[in-house]
Design a protein around this ligand. Structure first.
Ligand code: BMA
Length: 339
């Protein structure tokens, strides 16, 4: 058993490959490259920034698919092994809480997490501007749209997998109406998934020189461990040819997740392989999900690559947590509870 405890059900069948010989990073890529490539179904051009979960002894997910007219939509995918995915060609058909059909004008960057008795999906939707929408499913067949979590503008929302001190908690990243050149991570709390408040600031961007200096946003749903909530997040910087998205990690206090305990000084993954540096939008590594097995401590991290592919990388919990602690550098305000 790993020394760091992961809270959750055993998942012995998640994708896995051991670390490459002589590798010096606690996160390593799947050797065969991306899982999903260009034009995977008749209506879709590129599938990336997608969220997968364990479901019914296998895996299911909500995938961001940009259609051949350029518009992003959410599609269901299913997989026996977490690597080979069967994607539905039709977008998800939402109904509202009264059973009436609801069709988002666009939908992107989903995150999915199981809380109590259902899978909850947060995605970026049009609400007079990009905002965070919330939906629920039990079976990946019927999808119910719930109340939006935020007003515009907010594009990155991730729900914690359990209530903390009786409240649901969501990480969000308020922004503006363009490709914003700012953005910090905040947290909001709710007794019922409808009313959100008790907002707190969690993490800020770093000094202007580094990989997370322009904006940051929560990636995969937080993973509960004996060392804190493990949050994989993206950080953005802007060299002269455009924005570059990399992945880092933080550990947040278990009882007060507005408090940052540790945060990686260096990125854990940055665009490096051709499928990350070349594609529809070059130089993007955008984590949206992870699968983890408490018994082996294995993590499979799903990320979008270059706004074109779904890719996976691996980590082992003991090594990852040790690395985060040994290479942590907090930013001004991290670790304080800012209201
Ligand atoms: C962000 C979002 C992501 C995308 C990234 C890079 O603003 O739109 O969906 O992966 O830009 O293009």
């Amino acid at each position: 058993m790993p020394a760091v405890k992961i809270v959750g059900d055993p998942l012995p069948n998640i994708p896995w490959q051991p670390a490459p010989e002589g590798g010096d990073s606690p996160v390593w890529r799947h050797r065969a490259g991306p899982l999903i490539g260009w034009n995977p179904t008749p209506s879709t051009a590129r599938v990336f920034n997608s969220a997968v979960v364990a479901h019914d002894g296998a895996f299911a997910g909500v995938f961001r698919a940009d259609h051949r007219d350029g518009r992003p939509a959410l599609h269901v995918g299913r997989s026996a092994d977490g690597l080979s995915w069967e994607l539905e060609d039709e977008p998800i058909r939402w109904v509202d809480e009264d059973g009436r059909p609801y069709k988002p004008t666009y939908a992107y960057d989903p995150r999915v997490v199981f809380v109590e008795d259902a899978y909850y999906i947060i995605w970026c939707t049009d609400f007079g501007g990009a905002s965070l929408a919330l939906g629920r499913t039990h079976d990946f067949r019927t999808f119910v749209r719930l109340e939006n979590i935020t007003t515009p503008y907010n594009r990155n929302g991730v729900l914690f997998p359990r209530r903390i001190n009786g409240r649901y908690v969501v990480l969000t990243r308020p922004s503006d109406n363009t490709h914003t050149r700012f953005g910090d991570i905040y947290l909001s709390q709710s007794p019922d998934l409808v009313h959100w408040g008790r907002h707190r600031k969690v993490m800020s961007v770093n000094d202007p020189r580094w990989w997370q200096c322009v904006k940051i946003g929560a990636g995969a749903a937080p993973i509960e461990t004996s060392e804190g909530w493990l949050v994989l997040y993206h950080g953005v910087n802007e060299p002269c040819n455009g924005l570059v998205y990399s992945m880092g990690a933080a550990l947040l206090d278990l009882e007060n997740p507005a408090k940052v305990l540790y945060r990686t000084r260096d990125y854990l993954l940055t665009p490096q392989e051709p499928y990350e540096t070349t594609g529809f939008v070059p130089n993007v590594v955008f984590p949206c999900a992870s699968l983890q097995d408490p018994e082996t401590g294995r993590l499979a991290i799903y990320y979008g690559a270059a706004d074109t592919y779904v890719a996976v990388a691996y980590a082992q919990i003991d090594d990852l947590v040790a690395h985060i602690k040994a290479n942590s550098e907090l930013v001004d305000g991290d670790g304080e509870v800012v209201r």
